[in-house]
Design a protein around this ligand. Structure first.
Ligand SMILES: Cc1cc2nc3c(=O)[nH]c(=O)nc-3n(C[C@H](O)[C@H](O)[C@H](O)COP(=O)(O)OP(=O)(O)OC[C@H]3O[C@@H](n4cnc5c(N)ncnc54)[C@H](O)[C@@H]3O)c2cc1C
Ligand SMILES: *[C@@H]1O[C@H](CO)[C@@H](O)[C@H](O)[C@H]1NC(C)=O
Ligand SMILES: *[C@@H]1O[C@H](CO)[C@@H](O)[C@H](O)[C@H]1NC(C)=O
Length: 372
């Protein structure tokens, strides 16, 4: 029997679920409803560990993504002032490939999302962009859109991210994420715009560099075949409570890193505009699906993750992959609650562990400097 599946959200998790469902069982029908009018260049860099890239390869994305990724040859950890090398791994990506059997890729989130979107279309996934889901009724199940349209199916997959409205609808109470006290500045620089000789030299070789400091951290990695420099600065949060993201003040940002590695300061000297993201947390959902088996959650909608272990996107991809494989065994709607339980049993222990692990890396409690 084929299922009619409606996915809310064309983020990495929603796309992963769609790809996996259609690849494992082409007879299921998949529609993705996404509020954004188009998949624009949102976000910045992502680091993808082998467990995530393995899935991308499985979905046939290696040819389109391989050229757009960067594989770091070395991984450096420097003391904040650049005066001491605290850790170093050479042949980093090659070692990961050898050890885990897949790539370590640094990529632009937009490149990944667009490649997944193209592949999903190729597999017959249908998309409805520019459509905000305003209500979800799990009893039917049915969703209502901002255009007043009602969409029904056998199963709704809530892949609507950190601010998931489906989560509140299913829980029957508000469920906003909470501030962690940390904030990220995200910087993207094109190599062609970098004129400084020392920076050019540093960025020539694909590498990850982490600066571990008092109260703050900074991390550099390359994107798009080493033609883009991505820098993330992690600092204490000073945004107002109700602001999750806003344009940052470049001079304030530079001020925070005044005493840091001159090389990092050179990077910051190139920045003309920057965005600040409040890092949010939410305890993992106790139930990843409802009892009727009509709604299931994945990715940030059920277990948002701090970026410190580079596992948020990877976990969303894994959730989608698992769901696709499990749903390919489902013969009738009656089997859904049991199938969704299997999905939760498989996935929850892994993401609970990662959530806890990345919370431990919060700036105020972090022991990163000593452990490295
Ligand atoms: C600073 C920072 C750095 C990070 N670095 C990394 C990293 O290096 N590696 C890593 O693995 N992860 C990283 N992450 C985490 C990663 O970005 C997320 O975990 C991942 O994007 C979650 O995917 P998702 O599909 O669950 O949610 P999202 O990507 O948030 O997608 C949700 C989608 O649903 C849509 N949507 C929401 N509500 C509705 C609605 N009502 N109707 C219709 N559509 C809707 C949204 O428009 C969006 O497209 C980082 C996060 C941050 C903040
Ligand atoms: C993915 O792999 C990394 C590195 O091998 C590991 O630390 C991490 O726990 C794995 N992620 C998940 C979701 O299991
Ligand atoms: C990636 O960069 C290298 C070195 O600059 C270049 O030789 C190669 O052609 C590039 N690959 C792609 C696909 O652009």
């Amino acid at each position: 029997m084929s299922l009619a599946i409606v996915i809310i959200g064309a983020g990495l998790g929603g796309l992963a679920a769609a790809l996996s469902i259609r690849q494992e069982s082409p007879h299921h029908d998949v529609l993705i409803v996404e509020s954004a009018p188009v998949l624009a260049e949102i976000g910045a860099g992502l680091q993808l560990t082998p467990n995530a890239t393995r899935l991308l390869v499985r979905w046939g994305l290696e040819p389109s993504l391989g050229d757009m990724a960067s594989s770091p040859q070395e991984f450096l950890v420097r003391r904040y002032d650049g005066q001491k090398l605290l850790g170093e791994r050479q042949n980093f990506a090659a070692e990961m490939l050898e050890k885990y059997g897949s790539y370590y890729w640094d990529m632009h989130r937009a490149d990944l999302q667009l490649a997944m979107y193209e592949r999903a279309k190729g597999l017959g996934v249908r998309f409805q962009f520019g459509t905000l889901v305003t209500d979800v009724d799990p009893t039917i199940p049915e969703l209502t859109t901002d255009k007043g349209e009602k969409i029904t199916g056998d199963l709704i997959i809530a892949a609507d991210g950190l601010w998931s409205k489906t989560r509140s609808a299913v829980l029957g109470r508000p469920s906003p994420p909470i501030a962690t006290g940390d904030l990220a500045y995200r910087i993207v620089l094109k190599s062609e715009d970098i004129k400084d000789q020392e920076l050019l030299e540093f960025t020539k070789k694909p590498r990850v560099c982490l600066w571990a400091g008092p109260n703050c951290h900074a991390i550099y990695y390359p994107l798009r075949n080493n033609t883009i420099a991505n820098v993330v600065l992690l600092v204490p949060d000073n945004l107002p409570d109700d602001v999750a993201k806003q344009a940052g003040d470049v001079s304030v940002m530079k001020g925070i890193f005044e005493e840091w590695d001159p090389l990092l300061q050179k990077f910051l000297g190139q920045v003309k505009k920057v965005e600040m993201w409040k890092l949010m947390h939410l305890d993992e959902l106790e139930m990843w699906y409802n009892e009727d088996g009509t709604v299931v959650f994945l990715g940030d909608a059920c277990h948002p993750m701090l970026p410190y272990m580079a596992q948020g996107a990877g976990s969303a991809l894994e959730d989608g992959a698992a769901l696709g494989i499990i749903l390919s065994k489902v013969q009738s709607q009656e089997e859904l609650p049991k199938a969704l339980k299997t999905y939760q049993d498989l996935r929850a222990p892994r993401s609970t562990a990662l959530q806890k692990w990345s919370m431990k890396q919060l700036l105020k409690t972090s022991s990163m400097v000593t452990t490295w």
